[in-house]
Ligand binder design. Structure first.
Ligand code: ADP
Length: 297
């Protein structure tokens, strides 16, 4: 099955927009580090690309850029004209990360707010992203001011919130949801990662509890796009620089990410008014109960 692309839709783009040829800007956010935000961002990006979208990935996780490792890309972006920067490219996806600009991948970035915001601004304005259906931005964890800065500089289509199922993770995620609301970034949907583990005997274990994704979705009045299980191949392929969606697209874990990308695409289309004309639909079941509850917005 091939999901529709963004054909005919766009976020509102003004004359000052730093990304005039990018139809949709999607932020991937989490309240807490280590929940798999970058894993979700990379696999979601590749899933959108596999569905026929032109996609870019901006690693805005300035303090812990992991996109270069997860996508197996190193090297320095070049500038042909001394003004704009050419993004790197991997698996047909355009990429930019602060990691590409660091002398030493292991050194920490110590930047003050203005430098950070300047770098982000440059990554949007001075990188030759070209025409894209989606630019996915992997944001640093926390409620931080990065989302605030972005919301002031560019019209954002919306955010995908990544959480794990347990309470300690969700407490922080609630804060990022309300921060998005304060700066008018729509929440497109929620991804619950590390939801369960199926052992070799086929028994399902909810290692990190359950219900976090549904609770966040409820709070955000947004759909739960899906529940991603703990699967060692996710980490293994991520460490090897080929995310699982690219490495084994037919595997069940890759199909989970592809289904999440399809649901994201559906919500973006509906939001842009180019879907099937129906209102966006809320489903907090993680996929089983699609099209159950009408959205109230
Ligand atoms: P964050 O961006 O939230 O800090 P990462 O995406 O870097 O988190 O993930 C942290 C670690 O967990 C990585 O080693 C990653 O490969 C692993 N990981 C993430 N999601 C899963 C999953 N569903 N199954 C197995 N390992 C995962």
């Amino acid at each position: 099955m091939s999901a529709p692309t963004t054909e005919g839709t766009s976020r509102p783009i003004t004359a000052e927009d730093p990304l005039p040829n990018v139809k949709h800007v999607v932020l991937v956010m989490s309240g807490k580090g280590g929940v798999g935000k970058s894993t979700v961002a990379t696999n979601l990006t590749l899933a959108l690309a596999r569905r026929g979208n032109k996609v870019g990935l901006l690693d805005a996780d300035i303090y812990g850029p992991s996109i270069p490792t997860m996508l197996g890309v190193s090297g320095r972006p070049v500038s042909a004209d001394g003004k704009s920067i050419e993004p790197l490219e991997r698996f047909g996806v355009k990429l930019m990360s602060i990691g590409f600009l660091l002398e030493d991948g292991k050194s920490a970035v110590i930047w003050r707010g203005p430098m950070l915001h300047g770098a982000l601004q440059q990554f949007m304005k001075d990188v030759s992203w070209g025409a894209l259906d989606y630019l996915v931005m992997d944001l640093p964890p926390g409620t931080g001011d990065v989302a605030l800065t972005l919301s002031q500089r560019v019209a954002i289509t919306g955010a995908v919130i990544v959480t794990t199922p347990q309470q300690v993770a969700t407490d922080d995620v609630f804060k990022s949801v309300s921060m998005c609301e304060k700066v008018n970034i729509p929440i497109l949907g929620v991804v619950e990662n590390m939801s369960f583990f199926v052992d070799p005997a086929g028994i399902r274990h909810e290692l990190f509890g359950k219900g976090g994704g549904a609770a966040i979705a409820e709070f955000a009045k947004a759909p739960l796009f899906g529940q991603v299980p703990i699967d060692t191949t996710v980490r293994e392929w991520g460490d090897k620089g080929t995310p699982v969606v690219q490495a084994t697209p037919d595997s069940s874990i890759a199909q989970t990410f592809l289904a999440i990308a399809d649901r994201l695409n559906e919500v973006v289309l509906a939001k842009a008014g180019a879907g099937d004309g129906a209102a966006p639909l809320i489903d907090r079941s993680g996929g089983q109960g699609r099209r159950k509850l009408p959205v109230t917005q």
